[in-house]
Design a protein around this ligand. Structure first.
Ligand code: UD1
Length: 367
């Protein structure tokens, strides 16, 4: 039929990093008459600072569906999503359902489609922390093992999937969509207001910090070690910490003081990029930020015991600093002030991951 899209993709997103990842493919779909994307926003992240601002800055068209599930326990949140995604798929048939990363929205999207017999495509497949206490580890393992096509961002991720006996025909090494986005957005961020001036910081003379993982915020001991580590560092160099709402709640609940660390609420994508680029180093427990630091050749200290992005530790761009105690963490953070740059490596592809994914989806699922 004339004018009919030959590939109908339903994409499920819900959390900050997924808006960033999804922007690369959505931009391509917009200029491809043969493809229609139905973007479902689960509503896992709903504040403007956690959601709307990303759509505006990244230039993503608004979602076709908003499920408004909001916050809650993992089971409640995932259950609400499952029910609503299933209903959406019934009303709007798709040739393939696409999910990104490892959040509860990823899990719900993958499960809802798999149960309906809709093919599942998982972007950022094969990542492992080997720590099943992390909700993200459960989400990514389940998503990978119900997926029909798995797009691995790195060789390590690709190899891991084959080790887990995923059929090689299902797995494609395409590179990292976040790298695609970093290349496009780096040029645009030069035009926005200077984040350094906003926060009274000088390039290369401050550390940019974020903390949001449940494994950090849900343990008072670990949270206190991280805060004390950052406070220790802030006595030597200005530290700007962009505080996630989950972390804000935990700090309040335990009456933890962050002085003399400078704190601010969640930042927009462009502001974050500017600060990452200008920082002496980044201190974080985020997965995405470890890579974003590397894309801009800023060293990173990951305040965790393990990372899914081991290639950055091997190449010297990232150091693991387990939050075992405030003293060891503060020591590791201070050491990083003099860290030399890492080796020249290129583990995340050529900036064309989204193009490869779209070509592959068309080949596999276009009707
Ligand atoms: C989620 C993902 C995590 C990802 C992160 C990116 C899961 C299990 N975790 O973690 O993998 O790295 O997103 O940021 O899916 N809240 C607000 N406003 C919002 C959203 C959340 O105030 O717009 C508060 C709520 O109190 C909520 C808490 O933050 O309970 C945590 O939100 P949630 O979506 O459960 O997990 P994240 O910590 O954001």
């Amino acid at each position: 039929m004339e004018g009919r899209a030959i590939l109908r993709i339903t994409t499920v997103v819900g959390a900050r990093p997924q808006f960033i990842k999804a922007s690369a493919l959505r931009a391509l779909v917009d200029s491809d008459a043969d493809v229609a994307e139905r973007l479902i926003h689960t509503g896992q992240h709903y504040d403007d600072a956690m959601s709307g601002v990303f759509f505006r800055e990244l230039g993503i068209r608004p979602p076709e569906a908003s499920l408004e599930v909001g916050s809650g326990s993992h089971g409640a949140m995932t259950g609400r999503m499952l029910e609503r995604i299933e209903a959406d798929l019934a009303d709007h048939p798709a040739d393939v359902l696409l999910v990104y990363g490892d959040t509860n929205s990823t899990l719900a999207g993958a499960l809802a489609a798999a149960k309906l017999g809709v093919p599942v495509a998982h972007v950022e497949a094969g990542l492992r922390s080997f720590n099943r206490a992390m909700p993200e580890e459960i989400n990514r393992i389940v998503a990978d093992h119900v997926a029909d096509v798995l797009y691995a961002p790195t060789q390590t991720a690709y190899d891991q999937l084959l080790r887990e006996a995923v059929s090689p025909e299902k797995v494609e090494l395409v590179g990292d969509v976040m790298y695609d986005v970093a290349l496009v957005q780096a040029a645009r961020t030069h035009k926005v207001a200077d984040a350094l001036a906003t926060y009274g910081l000088r390039a290369n003379e401050f550390v940019f910090a974020t903390v949001h993982r449940a494994e950090t915020t849900d343990s008072e001991t670990i949270l206190r070690a991280v805060v004390e580590g950052l406070r220790g560092l802030a006595r030597s160099v200005p530290v700007l910490w962009s505080v996630h709402p989950r972390t804000e709640q935990a700090l309040k609940a335990h009456g933890v003081s962050t002085e003399p660390v400078r704190t601010t609420g969640p930042l927009s994508f462009h502001e974050t990029l500017q600060l990452v680029r200008a920082a002496r180093f980044v201190a974080t427990d985020s997965g995405g930020l470890q890579k974003e630091a590397f894309f801009h050749r800023t060293p990173c200290v990951t305040m965790r015991t393990e990372t899914e992005w081991g290639e950055l530790v091997e190449s010297g761009w990232n150091r693991l600093a387990p939050p075992d105690s405030a003293e060891t963490l503060a020591g590791a953070l201070l050491d990083a002030l003099d860290a030399p740059p890492g080796r020249d490596v290129a583990p995340y592809g050529d900036g064309r991951a989204a193009e490869k994914i779209l070509a592959s989806l068309k080949e596999r699922y276009a009707t």
